[in-house]
Design a protein around this ligand. Structure first.
Ligand code: MV4
Length: 449
């Protein structure tokens, strides 16, 4: 059993992990930059350590600073949250070398999934359906041209080291291919210092559907159904729900079974998410995230499980506390991301919160580190809260979302709250008929740009 866990993160996710630690009787250590000395995660933890100046590179992303904080406080384990060091294999290796447990998968599994070609090859070899495309990297334009002709246009050129949509270019026909190939390669080089690219069939109107998986690191694994995260803007998720309005029970069991089986065979430990594009009834693997995701609460809501508690238990060496048969979907959950941003341009809006009031009542969860008088620093992500609602079915969840948004008060800055009121007036949101392009098209139509 862990006696003390250090949380290498800030904001709502640091609080989320501290809450799980409290319920499990485990002491918590917060780390913070000088900009976060008065942040809620620092107040809520049992102890705290200042690990550096405001820029993340010198605090939350500094491996020596975080490891020193573990040594000083005698922490047994580190929970990385999401972002920052959560998918950094070098960090996990450093913790392993110091005899500190990383609450997450092995550095080896993180490394495999961080390289998109290796991830895809691994997924394919484990029986997961993948997007048709090149086998491995594509060396030059001539090879790209040959492959694209075989795959059929449109195609997409992607960076091996990619993620978050950077270094990704679509070629509608052969005329576009050379420019797409060279631009993707140049962007990949600039963004990741690795110019390797690969090619896939471009899916034109898919949904983004991701399967939550959990492994015990000893060859046992389960799936916790899917989340539909198709509503995104510039690769930033805005609205997420579970289950997907597009997936039926039999389909869920089939793709979930494939994912759980793959994760079991990998010997994967902890929480993971297998991301798919879904079009015309088919799933196509795109990547696997080896961390707890921002949107994990919608999965927690429909299954009534605590995924952070489960992560900690598995890291301690305990078996999973549920079997696949225990995991039955109950109702519908929706999360909306409350960002300190001005709609419609989505420019960041840090500043002082003059008044904060969280919504409540049946089926409402507000995960946020805000409080009255808090000043949002300009250095970090603009996510300031997640409103999660749960209902017996999707219409009830949507009604509850509208009701909860009306109760939520965040005064003093601009937020994405008005965006959600506007979205709730859209018939497509109520019918669930949207693809990954719906939100950007709607924003362009509604606000111009
Ligand atoms: C694709 C695609 C269409 N076809 N791959 C974007 C980020 C990266 N994780 C994968 N992405 C895409 N890959 C093929 N073969 C379209 C996207 C994509 C996308 C995917 C998920 C959610 C939003 C998106 C927005 C634009 C493009």
């Amino acid at each position: 059993m862990f006696d003390k866990i250090l949380i290498a993160n800030r904001g709502e996710i640091a609080l989320r992990v501290i809450r799980a630690c409290r319920e499990m009787g485990i002491r918590s250590v917060a780390v913070h930059s000088t900009a976060d000395a008065d942040a809620m995660h620092v107040r809520m933890a049992d102890e705290s350590v200042c690990i550096g100046p405001p820029p993340s590179a010198r605090s939350y992303l500094s491996i020596p600073a975080v490891i020193s904080a573990c040594e000083i406080t005698g922490a047994d384990a580190v929970h990385p949250g999401y972002g920052f060091l959560s998918e950094n294999a070098t960090f996990v290796q450093a913790l392993e070398d110091h005899g500190i447990t990383f609450i997450g998968p092995s550095s080896e599994h993180i490394r495999i999934m961080g390289d998109k070609i290796t991830a895809k090859e691994t997924a394919k070899s484990l029986g997961i359906p993948v997007v048709p495309g090149s086998e491995g990297g594509v060396p030059d334009v001539a090879a790209a041209r040959q492959l694209a002709a075989e795959i059929g246009y449109p195609v997409i050129v992607k960076a091996t080291a990619g993620g978050g949509g950077r270094g990704m270019k679509v070629a509608k026909s052969e005329e576009d291919l050379e420019v797409a190939f060279r631009t993707a390669r140049a962007e990949a080089k600039a963004a990741f210092g690795n110019d390797e690219v690969y090619i896939e069939k471009y899916l034109q109107r898919p949904r983004h559907i991701e399967i939550q998986v959990f492994g015990d690191g000893k060859g046992n694994a389960v799936h916790l159904a899917e989340r539909d995260c198709s509503l995104q803007r510039r690769h930033q998720k805005v609205f997420e729900e579970a289950p997907s309005p597009a997936i039926g029970e039999a389909e869920r069991a089939r793709i979930g079974g494939i994912c759980a089986n793959a994760v079991a065979r990998l010997g994967y430990s902890g929480a993971g998410t297998i991301e798919f594009l879904y079009e015309d009834g088919e799933f196509y693997f795109i990547e696997m995230n080896t961390r707890l995701q921002v949107e994990h609460p919608v999965t927690e809501a429909i299954f009534g499980v605590d995924l952070v508690r489960e992560q900690i238990r598995v890291a301690e060496g305990y078996p999973l506390s549920f079997t696949q048969d225990d995991l039955v979907v109950n109702g519908h959950a929706i999360e909306v991301r409350i960002n300190a941003e001005k709609v419609p341009g989505f420019s960041p809006c840090p500043g002082r919160i003059t008044q904060y009031h969280a919504p409540g009542g049946l089926g409402v969860r507000m995960d946020s580190a805000l409080f009255d008088g808090y000043t949002i620093p300009p250095y970090y992500d603009s996510l300031i809260g997640k409103l999660i609602v749960h209902g017996r079915d999707r219409p009830e969840a949507l009604a509850r979302l509208r009701r909860a948004l009306n109760e939520l008060i965040v005064d003093g800055i601009d937020t994405t709250i008005p965006l959600f009121h506007a979205l709730l007036a859209e018939p497509d949101i109520h019918s669930g008929d949207y693809s990954i392009h719906w939100l950007e098209k709607w924003l362009a139509r509604k606000f111009g740009s």
